[in-house]
Design a protein around this ligand. Sequence first.
Ligand SMILES: NC(=O)c1ccc[n+]([C@@H]2O[C@H](COP(=O)([O-])OP(=O)(O)OC[C@H]3O[C@@H](n4cnc5c(N)ncnc54)[C@H](O)[C@@H]3O)[C@@H](O)[C@H]2O)c1
Length: 312
Amino acid sequence: MRILITGGAGCLGSNLTERYLERGDTVCILDNFATGQRESLPAAHSAMTVVEGSVYDRALVDRVFTDFGPTHVIHSAAAYKDPDNWIEDVRTNVEGTIHVVEAARSAGVKRFVNFHTALGYGRPDALPIPVSAPARPFTSYGISKQAGESYLAIAGVPYVSLRLANVTGPRLAIGPIPTFYTRLKAGKGCFCSRTVRDFIDMDDFFSVMDLVMAEGAPTGAFNVSTGTGHSIKEIFDIVVDHLGVTLAEPVPEVDAGADDVPAVVLDPSETMRAFDWKPRYTFEQTIRRMLAWYDQHGVTAIYSHLKAPPAR
Ligand SMILES: NC(=O)c1ccc[n+]([C@@H]2O[C@H](COP(=O)([O-])OP(=O)(O)OC[C@H]3O[C@@H](n4cnc5c(N)ncnc54)[C@H](O)[C@@H]3O)[C@@H](O)[C@H]2O)c1
C-alpha cells in the first residue's frame, strides 16, 4: 500500500506509520507539527516521506497527492490545541478535511479512513452511545470534526470514519493517564473530574485498522471502543497503585465542567458485527500497559481540547 497519513506525526499517526513501515508499506506524512513532533517518527526511512505543512494549504495537498500517488489515505490531522481558536479548528478540521477528501476523490484512492471523536455525539441521551445516535456537538473541536465527517460522507469516496474511544499507547500525552502519572511522580496534588470514559488499547485500535483498510470491507461510520465505561477515579487509583504512592488525603473529586460531558461510552456492537472484530485488552490491562510505557519512555507535552477547570 502507498498510504498518505495526514497528521502522521501525532500520537495515532506515528504509531500507524511505525506499524506500516514495519509491514513493508510506503508512507507519506503531511503534518504541520501543531501538536505532533518530528521526533515521534523514524529519523529516516527509505519508504517514508515527511512533508511539513497544513492540510489547509490546498496547493500543497494537491502536490502531495500528485508526487506521492497514495492508494490509501488515513486522515488523522486535527486541530484542537486552543479551544478558543475556532478559525483554526474550521481551517484544519473542515476546510483541510475537504481538501484531502477532494484530492483523494480525484486520485481515485481505494480507501479513505477518517478519525472522528465521540464529542460529535455531544451530550448523549443514553449509554453506551449507538453509532446511530444523533450528532449534537457543542465544542469547537466537536462541531468542526463533525462537519469534516459529514462532508466525507457525501463525497463519494470509499470511506470509513472511526469514532474513537480514548486510544492509549506509545506517546500518548493527553488526558488523565499522563497527567496523573506526571503529577503523582512529581509529588504534586491531583483532582479527578466525576466523569466516565471508555479507553482502548493501541493494539486493539491496530486490529480494527487492519480490518477497515482492507479492500471491499464495509464503509460508513463506526464506533471503536470496548463498550465499557470507567471513572477517572478508577484510572487515578491504578496510577497510585502502579507508582506505589501513599496519599496523605483522598483525592478531591469535582463535577464535570460546563464544556465537558459527564459520561461518554461508545457502543461498538455494530463495528464488532460488521468487521467480526473484538478488542483484546481489559480496561486495567490497557491502563497498566500505558503506565509501563511511561516508565520506559516518559511523558511529553500535555494538551487538552477542553478548557482547563477553574483554579482550585
Ligand atoms: N487519540 C485518541 O484517542 C482520539 C480519540 C478521538 C479522536 N481522535 C482523532 O484522531 C486523530 C489523531 O489524534 P491524535 O490523538 O493522534 O492527536 P495528535 O494531536 O497527536 O495528532 C494530530 C496531528 O495532526 C497534526 N495537525 C494539526 N493540524 C494540522 C494541519 N492543519 N495540517 C496537517 N497536520 C495537522 C498535528 O501536528 C498532529 O501531529 C485526530 O483526528 C483526532 O480528532 C483521536
